[in-house]
Design a binder for this molecule. Structure first.
Ligand code: NAI
Length: 246
């Protein structure tokens, strides 16, 4: 991936950080975009630079179209354009639908679905003009099979799948691919906040026999954004240890 520039949202920690480091290890320059403290995002950027490629850290809330536009401009100024977009930033606000407030619903849809759309929209014309681009959206098996307590999250991730297939169709003739990766249960700060009893019970039913690691997801993303995956678009690749088989 030498000479390519990747932008990873939510790249400061967890799965996004693993993706950013993986793409950097393959030679890409990487923009790490995150809404969290710039210090944490800078730390990840420093780890990337230590691999011998360029990196920049950008503070941006992807739900805000103005911040997204400013962030994309900053990345283009610092790294010279974007070839690979990984929409990884996401949040949960789990509750049974009975107790889920409209605000809980909107907050999750705004980050996971609208934020993903805003990022794609901000780079859409550039990818078309270049006649090259790789987009990977991080969905979830919750969006494919549903999950009690995650009406907002599962709906947002199902939406990401529909968005992925639509963008894939719109940009296929321009040399741009758009795919989704649907992780199962992955060990990150996000799952550390979940009900650990429920998580342990679910883990026991994973055919591979363990929870996933951020690096398992990063490997799938690296394949889909690589030159060997140019004929794969509109696909949803599950990385879940066999938890959800269709
Ligand atoms: P995490 O909570 O550890 O990291 C998410 C990152 O996104 C954080 O650095 C956070 O600051 C950033 N972020 C949140 N809202 C943002 C916003 N509005 N703008 C910019 N950045 C924002 O989460 P984790 O586990 O690494 O998840 C990454 C992605 O993988 C998410 O889309 C999540 O839904 C998805 N996923 C995770 C699974 C898991 O088991 N951990 C399973 C399936 C999907």
């Amino acid at each position: 991936m030498n000479g390519r520039v990747a932008l990873v949202t939510g790249g400061a920690r967890g799965i996004g950080r693993a993706i950013a480091l993986k793409l950097a290890s393959l030679g890409a320059d990487v923009a790490v975009l995150d809404a969290g403290a710039l210090e944490t995002t800078e730390q990840t950027a420093a780890e990337i630079r230590a691999l011998g490629v360029k990196a920049c850290a950008v503070r941006c809330d992807i739900t805000d179209a103005d911040q997204v536009a400013a962030a994309v401009k900053q990345v283009k100024d610092e790294l010279g354009g974007v070839d690979i977009l990984v929409n990884n930033a996401g949040i949960t606000r789990d509750k049974l639908a009975l107790r889920m407030s409209p605000e809980d619903f909107d907050a999750v849809i705004n980050v996971n679905l609208k934020g993903t759309f805003l990022m794609i929209r901000a780079l859409y014309a550039d990818f078309m003009r270049k006649r090259y681009g790789r987009i990977v959206n991080i969905a979830s098996i919750a969006g494919l099979m549903g999950n009690a307590g995650q009406a907002n999250y599962a709906a947002s991730k199902a939406g990401v799948v529909g968005l992925t297939k639509t963008i894939a169709r719109e940009l296929a003739s321009r040399g741009v691919t758009c795919n989704a990766v649907a992780p199962g249960f992955i060990e990150t700060p996000m799952t550390a906040n979940m009900n650990q009893d429920a998580l342990e019970a679910a883990s026991k039913t994973i055919p591979v026999g363990r929870m996933g690691k951020p690096e398992d997801v990063a490997a799938a993303v690296a394949f889909l954004v690589g030159d060997d995956a140019g004929y794969i678009t509109g696909a949803v690749l599950n990385v879940d240890g066999g938890f959800f088989m269709r």
